[in-house]
Design a protein around this ligand. Structure first.
Ligand code: TRP
Length: 324
């Protein structure tokens, strides 16, 4: 069994986009691999934030992940700042990371261009990410397309550290690209994202989900009820592909192309398919929230397991490097 590591920002409750784009895959992987999943609060402080808010968002993310199906008996879930070795290794890896590579990262350039003063933590973000992965000597990293460049840099850092200290201690981790294509927001314009306010929360009530689905963007060519549509360009159809069974997806496509259904009919069917998947998730979240001590215990156990692994790595790293 190869070891898997992945991290997610503490953005609060999961939405349908990050569930389908990442977390659903994480849930499937835990049956076949040794999986370590991390809520990356040290990464989150590279942007502006409020401390109390971060604490809550970290907790909400953990609840969402467990509700979505991460099972503490099958995988390890923890919060990054509970394992101090992440920052310790990040410092060490900084000493073998070329500045030019950091400056070339697309995500850094995007974020830096939108800020008046660029902080070193933003530049060094990918080094901390490399430390997350290498600390556990993980071989596979399930991520979306947008993280591939960070993964390439992680491999480069591993190679350089290995070369500098004459060992093959760190494996070069490979990305495991998430099979689902990216989910668009309800505006149908850009990807679903919390900052754009176009999300459906994974734990939202059925009423709230329907209130969002009803006015959601569809194929703009279907102005009148009788206008035939093109499913492939409709975001609602893409959500069907993620939530409905194959026969329903086929049926939806036919009814859209022939204007047999109006968009509202199509959305009602989608709503039912979504509820079939989301209701058990919502119920698990409610049950966890009723037992907050259980959440705390899961995160403590996860951190304890990770700390033991991390300490083993650091002991070896320090030996190779002549550190105390
Ligand atoms: N940068 C990743 C993101 O924004 C989150 C992340 C942090 C991560 N550390 C990681 C992902 C390690 C994979 C492995 O999505």
């Amino acid at each position: 069994m190869s070891r898997i590591f992945s991290g997610i920002q503490p953005s609060g409750e999961l939405h349908v986009g990050n569930y389908l784009g990442a977390v659903k895959n994480w849930v499937q992987l835990q049956d076949r691999h040794e999986c370590i999943y991390c809520v990356v609060d040290y990464h989150a402080i590279t942007g502006s934030y409020q401390p109390d808010d971060l604490r809550q968002r970290t907790r909400d993310m953990a609840v969402s992940l467990l509700a979505a199906g991460l099972d503490p008996d099958k995988c390890t879930l923890f919060v990054q700042s509970m394992v101090p070795e992440h920052t310790e290794l990040a410092w060490i890896l900084n000493t073998v990371t070329p500045l030019g590579e950091l400056e070339r990262q697309t995500q850094f350039k995007d974020k830096a261009s939108r800020q008046e003063s660029v902080l070193a933590g933003l530049l060094n973000y990918p080094v901390l990410q490399a430390a997350d992965i290498l600390l556990y000597r993980a071989e596979l990293v399930p991520v979306g397309e947008d993280q591939v460049q960070h993964l390439e840099l992680t491999r480069e850092i591993a190679r350089r550290w290995n070369a500098r200290f004459g060992t093959q201690f760190f494996p070069e981790p490979q990305p495991l690209l998430t099979p689902t294509r990216r989910i668009m927001g309800l505006d149908g314009q850009t990807k679903m994202s919390k900052s754009l306010g176009n999300t459906v929360g994974l734990l939202e009530s059925p009423e709230a989900v329907w209130q969002k689905l009803r006015p959601a963007m569809t194929d703009p060519a279907r102005v009148r009820r009788t206008d035939p549509g093109t499913p492939e360009i409709c975001n609602i159809y893409h959500l069907h592909r993620a939530f409905s069974d194959a026969a329903t997806v086929e049926h939806v496509a036919v009814e859209c192309r022939t204007a047999g259904w109006g968009c509202i009919d199509c959305k009602k069917v989608l709503f039912e398919s979504m509820m079939a998947q989301l209701t058990p998730i919502r119920e698990r979240a409610a049950e966890l929230r009723a037992h907050p001590e259980r959440i705390t215990e899961i995160l403590h156990d996860g951190a304890a397991r990770c700390r033991a692994l991390a300490q083993d790595t650091m002991r070896e790293v320090k030996t190779w490097m002549g550190l105390a």
